[in-house]
Structures are given as C-alpha cells and as structure tokens.
Design a protein around this ligand. Structure first.
Ligand SMILES: *[C@@H]1O[C@H](CO)[C@@H](O)[C@H](O)[C@H]1NC(C)=O
Ligand SMILES: *[C@@H]1O[C@H](CO)[C@@H](O)[C@H](O)[C@H]1NC(C)=O
Ligand SMILES: *[C@@H]1O[C@H](CO)[C@@H](O)[C@H](O)[C@H]1NC(C)=O
Ligand SMILES: *[C@@H]1O[C@H](CO)[C@@H](O)[C@H](O)[C@H]1NC(C)=O
Ligand SMILES: *[C@@H]1O[C@H](CO)[C@@H](O)[C@H](O)[C@H]1NC(C)=O
Ligand SMILES: *[C@@H]1O[C@H](CO)[C@@H](O)[C@H](O)[C@H]1NC(C)=O
Ligand SMILES: *[C@@H]1O[C@H](CO)[C@@H](O)[C@H](O)[C@H]1NC(C)=O
Ligand SMILES: *[C@@H]1O[C@H](CO)[C@@H](O)[C@H](O)[C@H]1NC(C)=O
Ligand SMILES: *[C@@H]1O[C@H](CO)[C@@H](O)[C@H](O)[C@H]1NC(C)=O
Ligand SMILES: *[C@@H]1O[C@H](CO)[C@@H](O)[C@H](O)[C@H]1NC(C)=O
Length: 878
C-alpha cells in the first residue's frame, strides 16, 4: 500500500473512528461561562468550552457566591437560563454525525443563580421527544440526566421546555462518542438509571480519564465482602464496554459465602423497562483447587449459567430483552461446583425510551437550517425541530403531519418582512413538498432563479417588495397564466415585468472559479503529501536496512558485537542462570535482563549443537527475520561449547499451557481467534516473507508464545536444521517434528516443506477450538483429534466440538469456519491443504468484528444478602 493511500485512509477513518482517549469524540460545554472562553478542568483534564455557537437564546448567570466552593465542580458555577420562549434548544453537530452512537449528558444545579430561591421544574427534550422531566429539590441538589442515543440526523438538539414551574436552565452539556456495538438495543434511546462501582472503598466517582467513554461511575457502599487487586483489568481492551479498570479492580461478594448475591431496584413507574449490564472480572488469582462459578438470574430468568469470571479480564453480561417489574431482582448464585462465592464488579441499568414522535423530514430540516443560517433569521421558536412538537413549531411554518409512521413535511414557509438580504438561495429548491412560499417585503437581490420552477406543488409564490432584477422564468409565468400558481412580484423596481426580457446568463461562472481553485489547492496538497511520505519512508527504509545489514560491509564488526555475547555476558544477563523459565529437548530457558528489558535466554546443551559454522550462519540469518508474530532473536553466544540464544521475553508463556489447563485463564473465543490469526501470520511470513522460505518444522502449541497483551508469536523457527527438536531422538540428525503434529506425508517422502507446517498448524487450530490434545489415548487405542473432530463436524455438532470450558460463550459462525479451516489444513494429502496465506485470509474474516466484541454474544434466552440499588448516593467529585 502506498503511503499516500494510507494517509488518505487515515484522514477518512479519523472522521469515523475516534479514540475517545484524546477527547476528540467529546464535546464538553460549560453553559453560561463568558462567550468564547474555555478552560481545562483540573480534575478530569477535560476541556470545557462556552456555549457560544451552540445556543442562540438565554442569559448567563453565576450561582450565588457562597455556594461557589472549591469542592463543587467548576461546571456548576455558571448556568444559562431561558426566561423567554417556551422551548429553547442547544444544537450540536458532532464530528461523526448521523448513524453513530453518543452518550449525551445534561447536568443541573440551581444554586439560586437568580436570587429568587425558587427551584424550578421543567421538561428536558432530546430532539422532538421528551427525555425526562427535571426536578430540582433544593439549591444544591445536582441532577444528572444521561442518555445513549444513535443519531437519526447530523444534529443533536437538546431542549428545555417551560412548564410554568420556574425558569428552565442548564449547567453542563456533554456529548461523548460511543462505539456502535455497545449498548445495543432496537429502541431509540437508553436513559441511565444507575451506574454503580461495587467494592470501592473511597467515596469518589470515577470518570474520564479512567473511563474511556467518560461514564460517571458512582461508588456503592455496602457491608459486603470486598475483593480487590492492584493489577490492571483488561489492559488490552478485549471488552468493548471498557468499564474503567479502577472500577473493575474491586468487586463484592456476600459475607456469608453460602448466600447468593441479590440486587434489587424498584422503578417509580412500574411500566418502565430496563436493560441491565453487569460487568465481571476475577480479581483473585485462584488456586488449582479453587473454582468460582455462578448462575445469574434476572427476575427469575436464567441469564447465564455456570459463569466463571476471567482473571483480570472484563466480561459483560446483559439482558437480551428489556426487563421490568414493580420490583426487579438480580440473583447471583454459586453453583454446586464452585468453591468460592459469587462476585460482581460493576453494574449499569438503563431505562428504555421509545421516542415515538418522528422528527421532521431530514431534507426539510437540513434546508431550514441552511436558510436560517444564510439569512440569519431570528423568529419565534426557530430552534430545535421545525415541525414537532406541534406546540413549538417554528413561526411562519406549516407542516403536514400525515400519520404516525411518516415524518412531517414542510408545506408552507412564510418569510414575509423578515429582513432577508442577498440572493434567493438554491436551498429553497430542496423544500420539495412546499405549497406556499412567501418572501415578500424583504431586501432580496439578484434574479428570480430558475430552480423555483422545480417545486412541483407550489401554488402560492409571493416575491413582492424586494430588490430583484432580471426577468421572471418563463415557466413560472406560464403556471401563473394557467392559474396553477398564484404569483406576485410587484414592488421590485429592477424586475422586468414581461416575458420578452432577455434572461442574462452569468450564473455558472460564479461557481467555476472557486471550484477550480479548490481542486488546484487539493492537488498541490496531495503532491506535497506524497513527496513528504516518499522521503519519510525512504529515510525509514534506509534506517532499517542499515540496521539489518550493518554486519555486512557498512559498519564492520561493531554491530556484530552488539548481537554477539560472550559467555560471561550471558552469565551476567541471566544473573548466573538464576531463574529457569522452561525446559526443552535442546536445554533450558532462563530469565534474563538486558539493558533493562526482560529477555529469555535459551542455553543449548552441548550435544544438541551441530557445529559452530552452521549454528552461526543460521543465527545470522534469523536475526534478520522480523515480524510482530515471530519472537525476535536479540543475540547469541557460541563461546567454546557454550551456545545460547537470547530472545525477547514473552510474559504469558505458551499457548499449550492455556489449552491444557495448566494456566487458570480460560482463553475466550475471541482471544482464541486472535491468537490463531497471529500465529498464522507469523507462519505466513516465514513461508512467503523470507528468502529463502523458512519451514518451521515443529509447529505446536508450546511453540506459540504469548506476550503481556496475549499477542501470539511463533518461537523456535529456523533452527531445526541444526538442532533436533524436542520429543525426538537426540541421536538422529534427521529433522522430525512432534508426534501428533507431524505431516503424515513425511513418513513416505521424508521431505518437509511449507505444507508440513500447514498440517501442524491445522492440528494446533483444532486444539484451540476444542481445548483437547492432539492425540487422546485410551487403554485400547489412540485417536487423532482431526479424526474425532471430522466426524463430529459431519454430524453438525459445533457445541460438542468447541471447548466446554467456554460455557457456550462463542460465536457459532466463526466456530464453524475455523473448524473447517483447521480440518482442511490437517488433510492427509498436502495437495488438499491450503497455503498459509489462504489460512490468514480466512481467519481474518472471522476475527474482524469479533475481537473487542465479545459482549455481542448473548447466551440466549436463559434466564441475597440484598442490596437495594435505588439508594441515592452523593459521591464527591474526584
Ligand atoms: C457504526 O455505524 C456506522 C453508521 O451506521 C457504520 O457505518 C459503521 O460501520 C458502524 N461501525 C461498526 C463497528 O459497527
Ligand atoms: C438537597 O437535596 C439532596 C438530594 O435530595 C440532599 O441530599 C441534600 O441534603 C439537600 N440539601 C439541602 C441543603 O437540603
Ligand atoms: C485491598 O483490600 C485490602 C483489605 O481489604 C486493603 O488492605 C488493600 O489496601 C486493598 N488494596 C487495594 C489495591 O485497594
Ligand atoms: C450462612 O447462610 C446459611 C444459609 O442461609 C446459614 O445456614 C449459615 O448459618 C450462615 N452462616 C453464617 C456464618 O452466618
Ligand atoms: C486448596 O489447597 C490449599 C493448599 O494448597 C488449601 O490450603 C485449601 O484449603 C484448599 N482449598 C480447597 C477449597 O480445597
Ligand atoms: C399517533 O400517536 C398518538 C400518540 O402517540 C395517538 O394518540 C394517535 O392516535 C396516533 N395516530 C394514529 C393515526 O395512529
Ligand atoms: C404571510 O404572513 C403574513 C403576515 O403574517 C400574511 O399577511 C400573509 O398572507 C402570509 N402569506 C401567505 C402566503 O400565507
Ligand atoms: C415590511 O417590513 C417592515 C420591516 O422589515 C415592516 O416595518 C413593514 O410594516 C412591512 N410592510 C408590510 C407591507 O408588511
Ligand atoms: C439539496 O439536497 C441535496 C440532498 O439532500 C443536497 O445534496 C444538496 O446539497 C441540497 N442543495 C442545496 C442547495 O442545499
Ligand atoms: C405534491 O402533492 C401531491 C398531492 O398532495 C402529493 O401526492 C405529492 O407527493 C406532492 N409532491 C411532493 C414532491 O411532495
């Protein structure tokens, strides 16, 4: 891919995908601070701006000075109040716009800003629909309303509506971009009910920067047993909801271990329906004889069975359908198998809001926005949606409300005496349903445009009393003559009144010049960019090739010295071979520290080496192989009979440990997919990225290592020509892989090629899917996994195939796919096996959209020490 396309791609996608971490998906408005001012909040580091440009009405105020304490968040010190007009709206156009999901938060604190000591009550609307009433009980009460909403149009309208119970106002308005595939619902909007952080010992709320989406997590105090860890939860963000690590680090469990954990809440309106999101993560390292397993019930329906939280990874369970009763109850009960009580780390409860009122037709809205901007129209109610709610529709507009399933359309626009100046904007042509258009008594200039003739339903057009010139388009005059249009155009001194006038044609050139200029500027920019990239890339490539080949003619032995280590240095690096990480047929692997980084030092036993020359040649070659999915060789030693290899350190051991259950972490389905893809990419690189191609010859789970982010890297490649591998005869110099993974064709051909690796990889994939060993031995026979899975797949039993430890948490589609790939790889005949490139392509299809999306899978229609979640808590801001 060229650098240029890459850059363009970045510039396109940066409009779509936003790293909320850098606040680019955030809009933070502190209502009522001086126009054009802004500040960075000391506690959250978020940048707040004034509401200039987001609202056109209202007045700014400060709350009374004795309430302006340092413990009060700065955003509450000012408000914008709306003494005039029944409805007043903020209009926000977020970067990503239509079709994307946002968390919108409004916050209110009265603070006696008007000196009347009368707390108001008013309605909050989102677009054309009632969001929630706002009731402020006293001067210091803080009301926060939060909603998750997928934008039906490019603008968000947040409106406050006067109920004759005090003046509406707003303290804070915040908009945060949220990933599409989280908080999934067929309903338009989810209003936040509760969001609790369990087990926290502080009284502080958690939000940005700890929380990626700037959700506000409230501390929940209970007398329950608290579990905690100081380690980071879900460092790799496997969970799309991404609850803050600091929230997930603490959990609660019932004091009496045999009791279930019960959570309840009772809504004011018993008809309310809720979605519940429960976030779990194991925070204790379990011993091999310990199990934490529980069933989760929501209102007596089993939501998850035999659920085991992952150690240090967030797992979210949510209700697939909304739930609602007068009293709602979640019961988390340990299973008979469990030796430990149930836990929960955090919960979110959202109430659905159906938003039945449809907004005005989008094209009409866009057009009215353009007209309003272009002419700077200031009229009653010209805020929010033009046509709905009917009580607040814009002055001078008439709309057609045909039925509840159709958006209202604009049929009449009366802009008489509205001080319009300039030409008649082309946007008017987009009011396609309009019947009546009155532009009389303004100062409009220019010609009467042709496009007015395209408004097929226009029956009344009034252009009287303007400064229009030129002639009336013939078609309009025709319509006027045959009586289908009531046309008035008197009082325009410059306007030629008869159809014989010559229409002047000068319109078009007005567009062409700026257009050409824009295209030229764009071209120049692209060229500059391309040149920039070219040079940048070249200099980087030079740097890389210098690095790779510097042991050639360029720099001489100096660079070799960096990779070559004396035995005494090896002793130092490993701190005299202090800590053994593992053992293999070739010798032992030790932990080491080199320049502050952890490394793994493989010390080869004397008899395993084949000879200095081969060793050296091969090591030199391998040092040039670099790929993110291959463990990199950092250096080597072959002094006297001491031969060692220094590799990058892989914190999470090898895949074999996870599959065999040696490690307590059960890899999720998504992690398995990603690890398989990583490993496949490593092999693909060996086969097609290296010249000559490198055949690994011993692909198996223990040769696939995992780093701290569970990223997989292939280990031990390329050395097999010089070293016999683990599990085979030490005497034989003939290469042979490990039983169970060895290409069956090898027995007849005695030849190892890339397809041999493909076979072994297929067996690894089967193990990844099933969690079973390559060969299962019983007293009477041993069965190869490929045979076992092959027959199960034929009977369509994917649930029986996939690792039972996943408890059914996998996506069936990708399970089918990956099993089929695995079996194809493990074909007896090499001709039937795909190449690693084909495998990578197929795996990518399964991985895209699955990783980071583990929550999208729901367990299907499965169905105390009691904690009342209705508790109101007033935590301190951090
Ligand atoms: C999110 O929504 C937008 C607009 O509907 C869509 O284009 C995009 O593909 C979605 N992204 C994901 C990850 O679903
Ligand atoms: C204001 O109302 C809140 C919420 O009901 C309450 O916690 C607080 O104590 C009240 N403050 C005063 C001064 O009454
Ligand atoms: C975890 O809890 C223990 C005891 O409850 C406490 O002493 C310790 O400070 C807590 N650790 C963290 C990291 O919160
Ligand atoms: C724990 O609860 C069980 C069942 O409710 C009860 O039998 C037992 O006595 C309780 N244990 C303690 C220590 O309270
Ligand atoms: C687990 O084993 C440890 C010792 O390794 C022991 O102290 C503990 O009681 C055992 N726990 C259970 C539930 O058997
Ligand atoms: C439209 O909806 C309103 C309220 O939601 C209802 O009263 C009315 O009967 C509905 N009209 C039609 C034609 O369905
Ligand atoms: C527009 O409004 C004015 C005054 O409100 C009224 O006289 C005029 O008839 C209206 N025009 C149309 C086309 O209804
Ligand atoms: C024309 O508009 C002006 C204000 O722009 C107003 O004062 C005047 O009364 C209007 N004339 C007619 C005839 O409507
Ligand atoms: C008219 O609407 C179309 C489609 O909605 C839009 O692309 C176009 O820019 C609009 N024209 C004007 C002049 O606003
Ligand atoms: C024009 O009016 C007719 C009859 O009212 C209607 O069926 C048609 O949809 C309208 N055209 C447009 C473009 O709105």
């Amino acid at each position: 891919m060229t650098c240029l396309t890459l850059l363009l791609w970045i510039s396109i996608t940066s409009c779509v995908f936003v790293q909320a971490q850098d606040q680019s998906g955030f809009i933070s408005i502190d209502c009522g601070i001086p126009d054009d001012s802004s500040y960075t909040d000391e506690k959250t580091n978020m940048k707040y701006v004034s509401d200039l440009g987001y609202v056109e009405s209202g007045t700014s105020h400060s709350i009374v000075s004795d309430l302006q304490t340092t413990s009060l968040e700065r955003q509450f010190q000012n408000v914008r109040s709306f003494p005039e007009g029944k409805r007043n709206c903020y209009s926000i156009k977020p970067q990503q716009g239509k079709g994307f999901k946002y968390l919108i938060r409004t916050r209110f604190m009265y603070g006696n800003y008007d000196g009347f000591s009368r707390t108001p009550e008013f309605d909050l609307y989102l677009g054309v629909n009632l969001w929630e009433p706002v009731v402020l009980v006293n001067e210091t009460a803080i009301v926060t309303k939060e909603i998750i909403y997928t934008l039906p149009s490019d603008h968000i309208h947040v409106c406050v509506v006067d109920k004759n119970k005090g003046t509406p106002f707003l303290s804070v308005l915040e908009v945060r971009f949220v990933k599409n595939n989280t908080y999934d619902t067929p309903y338009e909007a989810l209003m936040l009910g509760r969001r609790w952080d369990f087990g926290t010992t502080s009284n502080l709320q958690v939000r940005y920067k700890d929380d990626f989406y700037d959700r506000i997590w409230m501390p929940y105090k209970s007398n329950m047993k608290i579990l905690n860890t100081s380690l980071t939860i879900d460092e790799t963000n496997h969970n799309g909801f991404r609850p803050a690590s600091i929230v997930m680090r603490t959990a609660i469990s019932p004091g009496n271990e045999s009791n279930p954990l019960t959570l309840t809440w009772s809504p004011d309106d018993p008809r309310s329906k809720f979605y519940v999101y429960m976030h779990f993560a194991e925070v204790q390292k379990l011993q091999s004889n310990e199990t934490r397993e529980f069933d989760i019930y929501v209102n007596d329906d089993l939501l998850a069975e035999n659920f085991r939280p992952f150690y240090l990874f967030t797992d979210t369970r949510s209700t697939p359908e909304p739930v609602g009763r007068t009293k709602n109850e979640i019961v988390i009960r340990k299973t008979d198998l469990s030796t430990l009580p149930p836990i929960i780390n955090a919960i979110e409860i959202y109430q659905i809001n159906e938003f039945l009122q449809l907004p005005t037709d989008q094209q009409d809205v866009d057009t009215m926005m353009k007209i309003k901007m272009k002419y700077g129209v200031k009229k009653k109610n010209w805020q929010g949606d033009p046509c709905v709610p009917v009580d607040y529709s814009w002055e001078g507009l008439e709309c057609l409300h045909s039925d509840n399933n159709t958006s209202p359309r604009l049929i009449s626009l009366n802009l008489t005496s509205s001080a319009l100046t300039g030409e008649i904007d082309p946007a008017f042509a987009n009011l396609t349903s309009i019947n009546k258009l009155d532009l009389s008594n303004n100062s409009l200039t220019g010609e009467v445009p042709d496009f007015l003739t395209s408004l097929v339903n226009l029956t009344v057009l009034n252009l009287e009393g303007n400064k229009l010139i030129g002639s009336i388009p013939a078609k309009l005059l025709e319509k006027s003559k045959d009586g289908s249009l009531s046309l008035r155009y008197g009082g325009n001194p410059g306007l030629c009144q008869s159809s014989s006038c010559q229409p002047t044609k000068k319109k078009k050139s007005g567009y062409i010049v700026p257009l050409v200029a824009a295209v030229l500027v764009l071209l120049v920019l692209l060229i500059v960019l391309a040149l920039f990239c070219h040079f940048k890339r070249r200099s980087r490539r030079d740097a890389i090739s210098n690095k790779l080949y510097s042991n050639g003619v360029n720099t001489g032995p100096l660079d070799i010295a960096k990779r070559y280590f004396n035995y005494s240095e090896v002793v130092e690096v490993t701190n005299n071979f202090e800590r053994v990480l593992g053992k293999g047929g070739f010798g032992k692997v030790y932990h080491g520290v080199l320049n502050g980084d952890q490394v793994a030092v493989k010390v080869l036993s004397e008899e395993s080496a084949q000879g200095y020359k081969e060793f050296r040649a091969e090591v030199e070659l391998l040092m040039r192989v670099h790929h993110t999915n291959l463990t990199s060789l950092i250096g080597y030693c072959n002094e006297d009979n001491h031969m060692s290899l220094i590799y990058e350190y892989m914190a999470n051991g090898n895949l074999g440990d996870y599959l065999s259950g040696k490690s307590s972490l059960i890899l999720s389905w998504e992690e398995r997919l990603q690890i398989s893809l990583d490993a496949a990419q490593g092999l693909e690189y060996l086969h097609y990225g290296c010249k000559p191609p490198i055949v690994h010859r011993d692909v198996k789970p223990t040769n696939i290592l995992l780093n701290e982010k569970l990223q997989a890297k292939i280990a031990d490649f390329g050395l097999s020509r010089s070293f016999p591998v683990e599990g085979t005869s030490q005497v034989s110099t003939v290469v042979a892989g490990t039983i169970g993974y060895l290409d069956p064709e090898y027995y007849t051909t005695r030849q190892m090629n890339e397809k041999s690796d493909v076979y072994s990889f297929g067996v690894v994939l089967l193990e990844v899917v099933t969690g079973k060993p390559a060969i299962s031995r019983s007293r009477t026979q041993s069965v190869h996994l490929s045979d076992e899975v092959g027959s199960m797949l034929a009977s369509g039993d994917i649930r029986g195939i996939v690792d039972q430890r996943l408890g059914g948490r996998f996506e069936a589609g990708s399970a089918w796919k990956i099993t089929e790939i695995a079996l194809a790889c493990a074909s007896e005949s090499s001709a039937k096996r795909p190449t690693m490139s084909e495998v990578v392509m197929e795996l990518k299809k399964s991985v895209v959209g699955k990783v980071n999306d583990r929550d999208s899978y729901r367990d299907g229609p499965v169905r105390m020490v009691t904690m009342n979640l209705d508790t109101e808590m007033v935590p301190k801001a951090r």
